[in-house]
Design a protein around this ligand. Structure first.
Ligand code: B12
Length: 297
């Protein structure tokens, strides 16, 4: 919905006029848009609607820059006026102006679920945000196989696992399984890829052992649980083992999971990190391009 459409939902001419006046001329984005977050959205703001100041963005609910946020949480107290007041005070302590509880509900055994609206005064310089991203040309299933035939000339071996104590296999299965996920075949279906899915709770030692045994070209490690930084410990332990064995640089090493960013993966010594919504062709493309780029074949 556009800003003006939101304003017009007030249903009166004055609201529409005010909304339009408030939302125009909010400043233009400074600096060079190339390579920044600002560049990515510029085309969405072709001037038909009010343009935000990308150096100072703030949430918007009804009108540009109103700072409106919605927050939900549970309190370990029974539902009632005291719970609502406690939530309101918490919202104020979090720095929200006009914290307002818009929904509260008994969720049993002395707990209350709260939904609150409020306004934040804070802004963020979106124009200068730069997030490391996996740089790859994403090929489809057929193109990846053709690329392997043309540029590598042999099958490649890819091992996947959900490592450490983690038993969340759905993510790694989405990338590996023959059946595929979200309309894309998993790596097991690729004729030019020998894919081995080791399943859940695979120790870094076992991953190393398999990598050596199968002479793997790529290792795919899934980490879903992040409580107590368990993912960092497991991912780091694997890198240490691979380095000690002298095979780290001979492999394409990839981490993935809903809370894994490319930036974190790079920090931990991985070649790439893939987060929520990843599909097999993105991963396959990165692997094969990296093998060729680093002359690992
Ligand atoms: C299903 C599930 C389970 C199932 C798992 C069954 C199975 N075989 O996988 C069961 C019931 C066993 C389970 C157990 C637990 N779970 Co659980 N679980 C979930 C749930 C509901 C869905 C996860 C899922 O399947 N997502 C779907 C897949 C497709 O998404 P994905 O994993 O993000 O994968 C995609 C990308 O991230 C990426 N990807 C993932 N891995 C990889 C790897 C590579 C190499 C690449 C390239 C890409 C990639 O590609 C995938 C496709 O796009 C989530 C909550 C949620 N809604 O997300 C909680 C959740 C993950 N579980 C959680 C917890 C805490 C647990 C338990 C500790 C609970 C407990 N106290 O016992 C245990 C831990 C068990 C263990 N040892 O790991 C927490 C984790 C919190 C945290 N940040 O650490 C969550 C977030 C729930 C919550 N909100 O608290 N869980």
């Amino acid at each position: 919905m556009s800003v003006n459409a939101l304003d017009s939902s007030r249903g009166d001419a004055q609201g529409m006029a005010q909304g339009t006046a408030q939302n125009v001329g909010q400043g233009t984005a400074p600096g060079d848009a190339q390579g920044t977050a600002q560049g990515a959205v510029q085309s969405a703001w072709r001037g038909e609607v009010a343009k935000p100041d990308f150096s100072r963005i703030r949430p918007y609910g009804d009108t540009m820059n109103d700072g409106k946020v919605q927050l939900s949480f549970s309190l370990p107290v029974p539902d009632g006026p005291e719970a609502v007041e406690a939530a309101r005070q918490l919202g104020a302590k979090m720095g929200l102006s006009t914290p307002t509880v818009v929904h509260h509900e008994d969720i049993g055994e002395g707990f209350t679920f709260i939904v609150m609206y409020g306004n934040t005064e804070h802004t963020v310089d979106y124009a200068h945000i730069q997030v490391p991203k996996v740089e790859t040309t994403v090929m489809d299933f057929y193109e990846v196989n053709e690329y392997i035939r043309d540029n590598i000339g042999r099958h490649i071996t890819v091992i996947g696992a959900c490592a450490g104590d983690d038993a969340h296999t759905v993510g790694i299965d989405a990338i590996m399984n023959m059946k595929g996920y979200n309309g894309e075949y998993g790596l097991e279906r690729y004729p030019e890829i020998d894919a081995f899915n080791l399943g859940s709770q695979v120790t870094p030692e076992e991953l190393l052992r398999k990598a050596v045994e199968l002479n793997a070209d790529a290792l795919l490690v899934s980490q879903v649980v992040t409580q107590k930084d368990t993912h960092v410990h497991t991912l780091s332990a694997l890198v240490d083992l691979l380095e000690a064995e002298g095979i780290r640089e001979k492999l394409v090493l990839i981490a993935g999971g809903p809370r894994i960013s490319h930036e974190l993966a790079l920090e931990l010594g991985y070649d790439a990190g893939f987060g929520p919504g990843t599909l097999a062709p993105e991963v396959a493309s990165f692997i094969v391009e990296e093998i060729v780029r680093r002359r690992l074949a």
